[in-house]
Design a protein around this ligand. Structure first.
Ligand SMILES: *[C@@H]1O[C@H](CO)[C@@H](O)[C@H](O)[C@H]1NC(C)=O
Length: 288
């Protein structure tokens, strides 16, 4: 290869990747769908606002099938008890799939709960909850959902906190047939969020604001027909076939165990009472 060819290749990819980045800003990817009068979508920033009149919400213009979805989020500071900031993937219809991150606010100085869940073909009840190892209201932190045909991984600042593996061959449904849009919202859930609804939203602190920025969907867009193989053969998304994404490596597993041993506060797979001793079948399989 001559130096000119090398330079050409370098600039070609530099240009292509910068186009991808520009294209992925919040305002190009999403629309505000609720609370338009006070939410703000500008460039790479999204601000969701909740006051007594309404919360707010935004969603991507298109659905995706597999990919890495990420955003930086700075949660509602101060007395956020009763507020819930949600950031999730969901398909539509009564057999819907969904992959959730929800952040349950708290009174000043008390910890947020990170609530995660997954629905496959309409069935959820797979909650796992965590405390955080930092104050999520002081700075932006990165929250990602990695979703490929093998497994789904929830990450916070590139630390995996939860894995849901594909056990479709063993009769457990896996989200791999329906595209999902990305949704964000901020709403009042003081009927259940803080200590089961015991603590009510203190409206004297309103408006409540959750800030999002640098939303990125490195994902296969889905038009209702695209197959897994088409997604895999798309060179800009074939990252998901790479072995490093097939299963977490040793170092990532170490981080995952650290979070789960120190910060996990609820796990449906341990809640035998709730399921009358009949835990969902994925609970008896290797989790990660
Ligand atoms: C709020 O703080 C209390 C007391 O520390 C804690 O028990 C609870 O898990 C925290 N989070 C929520 C959402 O209630």
């Amino acid at each position: 290869m001559t130096i000119f060819e090398k330079l050409f290749i370098f600039f070609f990819f530099a240009i292509v990747s910068s186009i991808v980045l520009v294209d992925a800003t919040f305002s190009k990817s999403m629309n505000i769908t609720w609370g338009t009068q006070h939410a703000l979508l500008q460039g790479d920033d999204l601000q969701l606002v909740l006051d007594k009149t309404s919360g707010s919400a935004a969603e991507t213009k298109v659905p995706f099938l597999f990919g890495t979805i990420e955003s930086r989020i700075k949660l509602v500071p101060g007395n956020s008890a009763g507020t819930v900031t949600a950031y999730y993937l969901s398909s539509t219809g009564n057999q819907h799939d969904e992959i959730d991150f929800e952040f349950l606010g708290n009174i000043t100085g008390q910890p947020y709960i990170v609530h995660t869940n997954i629905y496959t073909q309409g069935n959820g009840s797979r909650e796992q909850q965590f405390y955080l190892w930092f104050d999520p209201t002081a700075n932006f932190h990165n929250y990602s959902i990695h979703w490929n045909p093998t497994e789904i991984v929830w990450y916070i600042d590139s630390i995996p906190i939860r894995v849901f593996r594909n056990y479709e061959n063993e009769g457990i449904a896996y989200p791999n047939k329906q595209g999902m849009k990305v949704y964000t919202s901020l709403w009042n859930a003081d009927d259940w969020a803080t200590r089961g609804g015991l603590v009510k939203t203190n409206w004297s602190g309103a408006p409540f604001v959750a800030k999002f920025n640098r939303f990125r969907a490195r994902a296969c867009t889905w038009n209702g027909a695209v197959s897994i193989n088409q997604c895999a053969s798309n060179t800009s998304t074939n990252w998901w076939t790479s072995p490093t994404y097939k299963k977490l490596g040793f170092a990532k597993l170490g981080q995952l165990n650290w979070v789960r041993n120190n910060y996990k506060i609820y796990d449906y797979c341990l809640d035998t009472k709730r399921f009358n001793g009949q835990l969902p079948s994925e609970c008896s399989k290797a989790q990660f």
